[in-house]
Design a protein around this ligand. Structure first.
Ligand code: PLP
Length: 492
């Protein structure tokens, strides 16, 4: 309840109990604010307070002079949502009068108005997921195979324009399978984008191989062709070319594939695309994830579409995808007696989750459009905030803008990203730093790293970069709230 409406809740010592009860009825707040002639707040008045007065006085005409003095909890006008909620929780109340510097009541804050939290990226279901899942229940296909799995694979392959796809339990599982399919093992090395989530690199270690991290270039934030070239020529000089290169498409933006593919071709090294974040994005008009020998997608809960957990391995090479399905179902040879000639995995997607995926695929185009709209909104509404630089979209890229990402310009603001994120958190807005690069992770401290040039671009992006709430189900009001808060924080 804002400044204009709050006067409806005001009562004064000169008012009678009868008048107070009428005000309480009209205000609809369940609570009145006792103020003096200058609207300075004294205490709250509840239904119970008035009833007690009535019992004692036996008359509706007695004035509120008899109301005991009470120290009510109030909130200073410079509050954050976090302060307000903490105070409400401490006192077990759901409302708080807000006072200005002179003690004047300026607002009545209700818990329901402030406890909403805006998250980075939440699942956003469409209308068809339930039908596909119900179908699986009805036909008792509650297994890691079945018609939804087959259909999800062919529908996703068609969506991105590739020949074959294998649905698995996670994006990480898909990366792991891709490395197993290329025969990556002990003593091998695999190159991987440095600026990414650890799941891109962990499967290299699952296979007993060694990761080598390749820096980003500043335009797309993705793998630097210059750094890759140096890493490859260094590897050739030491007679130890990598078994594969994993190129990540960060936050929905494709890497500059042409030079990266040319280098991999030149050195004869297979390229795997980690397109976990870039489903629905394109590079020069072709779907992200369809350029390498294999590509992988993730349907984790925070991704652009989700099956709550899941992944897909795609390739134009049918033998690779067939082999992926074989390895992902415990590598069972086609005999009734459970014959195994190689080590397998239990990585197949369930038919129920594939039903969710089929429904989600039908809204993927909408989800890309929504996320791009949210990015554009942030960019245009905050265009005057010179401390913010937006993640670029090179001419060859159509990003799905999975997350809206920006950097803070140190020459404009002294605020660090963690300070800004803390201020957002105090207003119940979730923001996150850009991925901490793999070469800076304690677990990978011994891995080799090739920087883009004199500066480590991935490290600089980590230090200055910040992801803003970007879910396709965010309301305009929620976007406004993020925009207004950022404006306020960065204006100081
Ligand atoms: C989410 C993600 C993964 C892992 O996918 P899961 O389905 O969560 O296993 C891998 N790489 C990147 C870049 C991701 O963002």
């Amino acid at each position: 309840m804002n400044v204009n409406e709050i006067s409806k809740t005001f009562v004064r010592r000169t008012n009678s109990v009868r008048e107070a009860l009428q005000r309480l009825d009209n205000a609809g707040t369940g609570l009145l604010l006792l103020v003096d002639a200058a609207d300075r707040f004294e205490r709250t008045v509840t239904d119970g307070d008035l009833r007690r007065m009535l019992l004692e006085a036996g008359s509706l005409d007695v004035s509120l002079q008899a109301l005991p003095v009470l120290q009510s909890v109030v909130l200073d006008h410079a509050y954050t949502r976090q302060d307000a909620l903490a105070l409400m929780n401490e006192h077990g109340i759901n409302h708080l009068p807000v006072v200005d510097a002179s003690g004047k009541a300026i607002r009545l804050l209700l818990r329901k108005d402030i406890d909403e939290q805006i998250l980075l990226s939440t699942p956003h279901l469409g209308e068809h997921e339930r039908e596909f899942v119900e179908e699986a229940f009805r036909t008792n296909w509650i297994a890691p195979l079945g018609p939804n799995v087959d259909a999800f694979e062919s529908e996703l392959a068609e969506w991105v324009g590739i020949r074959h796809a294998a649905a698995v339990s996670s994006g990480t599982a898909a990366i792991h399978l891709s490395l197993a399919l290329l025969g990556v093992g002990r003593g091998d090395s695999v190159f991987c984008s440095a600026l990414t989530f650890a799941a891109s690199a962990n499967p290299i270690v699952y296979q007993g191989a060694e990761p080598v991290f390749i820096d980003s270039e500043p335009e797309s934030w993705n793998m630097s062709p210059a750094a890759l070239e140096r890493a490859l020529s260094t590897a050739r000089a030491t007679g130890r070319l990598p078994k594969a290169v994993i190129v990540v498409h960060l936050y929905g933006q494709s890497a500059d594939m042409d030079p990266l593919m040319a280098l991999c071709d030149q050195y004869g090294v297979p390229l795997i695309e980690d397109a976990a974040e870039s489903l629905g994005a394109t590079y020069k008009g072709k779907a992200s994830g369809t350029f390498g020998q294999m590509g992988i997608y993730s349907f984790n809960g925070n991704k652009i579409i989700t099956t709550s957990g899941g992944g897909m391995l795609v390739s134009d090479d049918e033998s690779l995808v067939k082999r992926a399905r074989f390895l992902s179902t415990q590598a069972r040879e086609p005999f009734p007696h459970y014959e195994h000639t190689v080590i397998g995995f239990n990585y197949r997607m369930s038919n129920i989750l594939a039903g969710v995926g089929r429904g989600q695929l039908r809204v993927l185009g909408d989800r890309v459009a929504s996320r791009r709209r949210i990015f554009e909104r942030y960019r245009s509404e905050l265009a005057h905030v010179s401390a913010i630089r937006w993640m670029n979209e090179p001419s060859w890229s159509m990003s799905n803008r999975w997350l809206t990402v920006c950097t803070l310009a140190p020459e404009v603001t002294r605020l660090t990203t963690s300070e800004v994120m803390q201020r957002l958190a105090a207003e119940r807005i979730e923001a996150r730093p850009v991925w901490k690069p793999m070469q800076l992770q304690p677990v990978f401290s011994s891995a080799a790293y090739f920087a883009h040039g004199d500066v480590s671009v991935s490290q600089q992006l980590f230090e200055r970069g910040m992801c803003l709430p970007s879910g396709s189900n965010m309301t305009e009001e929620q976007q406004d709230r993020v925009i207004a808060t950022l404006e306020r924080v960065l204006a100081t």
